[in-house]
Write a protein that binds this ligand. Structure first.
Ligand code: PHE
Length: 349
């Protein structure tokens, strides 16, 4: 028995270094520990060991098993390293100069995002952030959007399966995780972290169950704005938005606020833009963002006293702004990574 076990261990130890791929590893392990393996045979032969020798033989068997398990684990770790290395391909040195003569450039959406944030920075806004995977509470309930609201319908919002767990975002009771359908959830996250006065813009990726066409994409970007302070009025909203469109679209750009409805603002508006610099779209009012004064219910939901604090909020589609600014007629150009499209924006950096 002793000799048998020593041989098994010696053979396995000698064979292990040559094993590089997973099928070889599986075969190697089966030769030892599989149903017809050498170790399995040794275990079976325990029955024939005289009773007096059994404790010593059993101890030795367990020791050998332990050694072999260590050997398997180390061999498998090496095989996995090989697999990762094969997937990564030959090593590259990212510090080497690019083989292209041209320097890279920022994506047009990144450029427009920075431009928009820059305009709001001039007005004292800072940039805030929030997760793309949200819970129903942050995306809807806290924003005063009741369970029956159509925005919560499966048609519009991309929900995760009920069993999904996301340890970074604790859930309230039985709510589901979803891909945020707007950046308004960052209003909630910001106000929970920091009491007013708050003045933030939050650019970010949003998701809806839209079929892609020239003006829709299931993945798009918004920039959210929130200003919560004492005595914030509609006049503040109008003047901020006036400033924004003039900075972005030129000093002769005009805005108009049309009454609308959002559960998290009251009153709510759609903001339309008209600018003589927009080519064939110059003669029209173009709807570009939703906005309004923060609904007192939203303040209550985040523990802020609505008798003391007021606020304004707005949400604008980044693609929409970029398309108008650059005369782009199909939203899908932004995501196609076609260099002929992207290179047209290289000089702007
Ligand atoms: N979240 C709204 C949307 O996605 C836009 C909005 C933001 C409206 C803030 C009002 C205030 O359509």
């Amino acid at each position: 028995m002793q000799q048998q076990l020593a041989n098994i261990l010696a053979e396995a130890t000698a064979a292990a270094p040559a094993i590089a791929a997973r099928p070889d590893f599986e075969a190697f392990k089966a030769r030892v520990a599989g149903p017809n393996g050498t170790l399995t045979a040794a275990m079976k032969s325990m029955a024939a060991v005289p009773k007096a020798d059994k404790p010593a033989a059993g101890k030795l068997l367990n020791q050998t098993k332990g050694e072999l398990e260590k050997l398997f684990a180390a061999t498998l770790a090496r095989v996995e390293q090989n697999e990762i290395a094969a997937r990564l391909g030959p090593p590259i040195d990212p510090s080497l100069p690019s083989p292209d003569d041209e320097a890279g450039s920022l994506h047009p959406l990144t450029q427009v995002r920075e431009e928009v944030c820059g305009v709001f920075r001039k007005l004292g806004f800072t940039v805030a952030d929030g997760p793309e995977i949200e819970t129903e509470w942050f995306c809807f309930d806290a924003l005063n959007t009741p369970a029956s609201h159509p925005a919560r319908d499966m048609q519009d919002t991309l929900f995760f399966p009920a069993a999904t767990r996301c340890p970074d975002a604790p859930k309230h009771a039985s709510e589901a995780y979803l891909l945020r359908s707007h950046t308004s959830s960052v209003q909630i996250r910001t106000m929970l972290k920091q009491p007013p006065p708050v003045r933030i813009v939050a650019p970010g990726r949003c998701f809806r169950r839209d079929t892609a066409d020239a003006t829709h994409s299931a993945n798009f970007h918004q920039i959210e704005g929130l200003w919560a302070d004492k005595n914030v009025t509609l006049r503040d909203l109008k003047s901020i938005l006036d400033f924004f469109v003039r900075e972005m679209f030129g000093s002769s750009a005009q805005i108009r606020l049309r009454p609308s409805f959002f559960p998290f603002t009251e009153p709510s508006f759609e903001m339309d833009l008209k600018s003589p610099n927009l080519g064939r779209l110059s003669d029209r009012w173009l709807e570009i963002m939703g906005c309004g004064l923060v609904n007192p219910k939203v303040f209550e939901n985040v523990g802020i006293d609505p008798a003391q604090w007021t606020g304004l909020a707005f949400g604008v589609g980044l693609e929409r702004i970029a398309m108008l600014l650059h005369g782009i007629d199909d939203i899908r150009h932004f995501y196609a990574n076609d260099l002929r499209f992207l290179r047209q924006f290289a000089s702007a950096v």
